[in-house]
Design a protein around this ligand. Sequence first.
Ligand SMILES: [Zn+2]
Length: 181
Amino acid sequence: MRFQRCLLQCVMVMASMLGSITVSLAQTVTHIGMLEPDTVSRMWSFIKDKTQAPADLPVPPIVVDESLPKNVRLMFEFPSQLSPETEMRIRLNPRNLMAWNNGMWHWAVGHEMTHYAFLLRENGWQEKTWYDNQLKHHCDYEFMTITQKLAELLWEIYESSEDRLHMYIEANKSCRHQPNQ
Ligand SMILES: [Zn+2]
């Protein structure tokens, strides 16, 4: 069993469920037709700027993973002391594509990329075999501010006030329901 961060709920996933289909971001876009590289890059630049990340830090690996439990839309996982074999990546569940529109999916990916930036910053932006994760993110003022600003950034692109409200609600839900993540 291993512990992972995810947007919608905290899950313990059996190692046997962890087989995955790994594709590059460009392939992901073709494969599932929902992530726009320009929008992902724009969010990533914003997150890097706000977290004082190295400017050349690449977007974390984003993979489509049909083995994710149906109730998990996406999650961020990383090698920890307890599970150093876990890959650093964001996993998207293709079975849940219809549940959200493009704006919401981008925001959710932005949320997971913010976890990634916070984790790397906590570890001095160094590449490691496993990463320390003492800090809690979801109720952190800076984390909430960045993910709410991502809602504003996506509002400029999609111009949906309804989605923007939904993003704020999800940000608050993360804090309320998963304060330890
Ligand atoms: Zn989260």
